[in-house]
Design a protein around this ligand. Structure first.
Ligand code: SF4
Length: 716
């Protein structure tokens, strides 16, 4: 297919003077679609075409984001040199000067304010090698306990739930190739049609094969339109809905008794709790008619195989981890896991959402999913790194909690890598004020993002076209992104930047890497024997085999396509069910007379995360130039809001101004705003700072707001 497309592309061009092909992967979502970027020189200009490349995951498909990803990489706004803020303006400096500033300031901060006064904030868009190296940098070079990353705001609830129920967390317990053969699918809080478009054919094939699709979402989306049954619940009530489903499944005797007896702990307690619940009360809490709850439960329960997919709609809540656990309760009590065409997936948002959470960027974690508080794990990692285990810091705090420590003056220096926390964190006013208080702030980025604007020093990093490394995709498949495009200006790769800073800090001996592959080989050793065991993977194997699913503990191991076939990863081999109350312990942002509407947030197809990259792509930006508020026409009329008018949305934290968009597809008690825009359109200014006690995930999906049309512009 690549060849055919290339032939067609060439036939359309005239006067092509030369042509180059670059093999790469899309930098955006967790599908990590493989592609070939064609660069043609035509007279005095260059023309580009991205063509999807055959591979086991995306099978040659690309969505609109992947087709246009190169536009941000070639943007004139790319940072090309280190930039130091002098009297409020960024000025170009050399790398030598930049490293000197870092050495002086990092040393001064740790001398004046203590070892843990420096913090590191990472990303789930960087490669496995860089995520690994960043964790090592924090623990070995800076010796600080404060490191966390933006994946905390994305995947932590699902990871926590899977770890607690199964004893390990891999995005998908199966490979995507099993989806077409499953009989019933629950898509809970996931809009895959817009967020991971190239995954859709797997579900379309499942439907063609007769699978029954159940979608759970407060909005009608391109995904729910494909479903046979849509449960349009009130935002934040997923845990209660799962209780309703489980109650019917148990009462209608769709449980798998043998599976429960042999492989599950905690079923009786859960059973006693859910059968005591009243379906009418669940209907009231969730807003989903009980007949629909019954139908969904029966359809899922009666089929021989089934899969459950969750995403941020369920997870980004202050009881997100428990809500996911309740969906896992359904899965294990029906025995639909560890067998063909049955399993669970947390559909990862960020490109390396999976790999970046496995190798040491999390506050409490060491590579290979080892724990920083476990003595054996500490000893093992210390031996790999050649340090004394007592030198390893203990666990730190989560991403948003680090912002609190910055605000309180406990953390006074920050090293930020490829993330935009003043847009992506909840309570974003507070986060911005916190960041402004830092004594010294270094940001590594492709662009001057909204957060980088506040930095003292910005270091230019390479894009997906230039930086090689492995990424672990939505399946848990480790893929290799080749790099072939030269870096512009004086840009360096993330890993080179980390190594150079370590060197000037006197820790060069631990960071003497000359390629991403060398780092990967150390990561393999570091993960060996851990839950996320990459030891059996090599660049050569990944290239040859088109990606391999971990765990892969030996060089002759084929990788693990399906997890939990004979046992779960807890010591006794059993899955752990837990009672999940209908109402969360933590009080979610409540609607009342003053703030009468639920606000929920999410994505649009043409943008990615806080939009730092996609807003720089002309083709993508043109599709959605600004944020908007989706509102039901009945609700809009009630609040005198006309379609396409400017509206103020206010929560208990602040307000934003966006354009209204009438839509009959949303619940009348809910409005929706996408989160890809910054400043006065940053919806996270409205989100509360309550965190899930299990995993520290903020409650992005449920805020209480009021809305009003702006008529007097001078008042805003
Ligand atoms: Fe593939 Fe996701 Fe990129 Fe689209 S955004 S091309 S689905 S990796």
């Amino acid at each position: 297919m690549t060849e055919l497309l290339l032939k067609y592309f060439r036939s359309k061009q005239q006067k092509v003077q030369s042509e180059k092909l670059f093999e790469t992967q899309c930098p955006y979502c967790s599908m990590q679609c493989k592609m070939t970027l064609v660069e043609q020189s035509i007279v005095s200009r260059k023309k580009y075409l991205a063509i999807g490349k055959e591979n086991p995951t995306s099978q040659g498909r690309l969505c609109i984001k992947g087709m246009n990803a190169h536009q941000h990489a070639f943007s004139r706004e790319r940072l090309k040199y280190p930039m130091l803020k002098v009297k409020g303006e960024f000025v170009r400096i050399s790398w030598e000067e930049a490293l000197h500033h870092i050495k002086e300031n990092f040393t001064r901060i740790q001398r004046e304010d203590g070892q843990n006064a420096l913090a590191v904030y990472g990303s789930a868009s960087i490669t496995n090698e860089e995520a690994y190296l960043l964790g090592k940098f924090a623990r070995v070079a800076l010796k600080t306990k404060y490191i966390d990353y933006n994946g905390r705001l994305c995947m932590s609830a699902a990871a926590s739930a899977a770890n607690q129920t199964f004893g390990m967390d891999r995005g998908f317990t199966n490979s995507l190739s099993e989806i077409p053969f499953t009989r019933c699918i629950i898509l809970a809080g996931t809009n895959i049609a817009e967020c991971q478009p190239t995954i859709m054919p797997y579900f379309e094939k499942a439907k063609e094969n007769g699978a029954y699709l159940i979608a759970i979402d407060p909005r009608e989306t391109a995904t729910t339109k494909m479903a046979d049954l849509h449960l349009k619940l009130k935002p934040g009530t997923d845990a209660a809905l799962a209780n309703g489903l489980l109650k019917v499944i148990i009462e209608e005797k769709y449980i798998d008794k043998t599976f429960i007896e042999e492989r599950v702990n905690g079923f009786e307690k859960v059973k006693n709790y859910v059968v005591s619940l009243n379906l009418g009360e669940i209907e009231e809490i969730t807003g989903v008619p009980r007949e629909k709850i019954r139908k969904a439960a029966i359809m899922f329960g009666k089929e021989a195989s089934g899969m459950i997919f969750t995403a941020r709609g369920v997870e980004q809540q202050t009881d997100g981890a428990k809500a996911v656990r309740n969906f896992l309760n359904i899965l294990v009590s029906t025995g639909k896991i560890g067998k063909p065409h049955s399993g669970y997936a947390a559909v990862t948002g960020q490109g390396n959402g999976q790999g970046a959470r496995e190798h040491g960027q999390k506050a409490d974690q060491l590579p290979g999913y080892r724990s920083i508080e476990n003595e054996e794990d500490r000893a093992y990692m210390a031996s790999v790194w050649g340090i004394n285990k007592d030198e390893l810091p203990r666990k730190g705090v989560s991403a948003y909690e680090m912002m609190g420590k910055i605000y309180d003056g406990e953390i006074t220096g920050l090293f930020l890598m490829c993330s935009n926390p003043i847009v992506s964190n909840p309570n974003a006013y507070f986060v911005k004020e916190a960041i402004k208080k830092l004594k010294f702030f270094v940001a590594v980025d492709l662009f001057v993002s909204e957060t980088a604007r506040l930095a003292d020093l910005i270091l230019p990093t390479s894009s997906y076209l230039e930086d090689a490394g492995t990424m672990t995709n939505v399946e848990g498949r480790v893929t290799l992104r080749e790099a072939s495009y030269p870096c512009p200006g004086e840009v360096k790769h993330d890993w080179q930047i980390i190594c150079e800073i370590a060197r000037v800090l006197g820790k060069g001996e631990y960071f003497s890497f000359s390629s991403a592959e060398e780092i990967f080989n150390e990561l393999r050793m570091a993960s060996r024997g851990g839950i996320a065991d990459y030891y059996g993977l090599t660049y050569e194997r990944i290239r040859k085999e088109g990606g391999i699913l971990w765990p892969c503990p030996e060089l002759d191991h084929k990788g693990t396509k399906r997890l939990f076939e004979s046992s779960f990863a807890h010591e006794d081999g059993k899955a752990e069910m837990v009672v999940v109350p209908n109402k969360p312990v933590i009080q979610k942002d409540q609607v009342n007379d003053t703030f009468p509407l639920y606000l929920t947030t999410g994505r649009v197809m043409s943008h990615y995360l806080t939009g730092v990259q996609t807003r720089k792509s002309a083709a993508l930006a043109a599709r959605n130039v600004e944020a908007f508020m989706e509102i039901h026409p009945t609700t809009a009329k009630k609040y005198r809001i006309s379609d396409q008018s400017l509206v103020k949305i206010e929560s208990r934290r602040g307000n934003i101004i966006v354009r209204s968009k009438w839509s009959e597809t949303i619940r009348q008690d809910t409005v929706f705003v996408p989160f890809h825009w910054a400043d006065s359109q940053n919806v996270n200014l409205l989100v509360s700072d309550e965190l899930d006690p299990d995993c520290k995930m903020p409650g992005f999906k449920v805020s209480a707001v009021r809305v009003s049309q702006i008529t007097d512009f001078s008042a805003n």
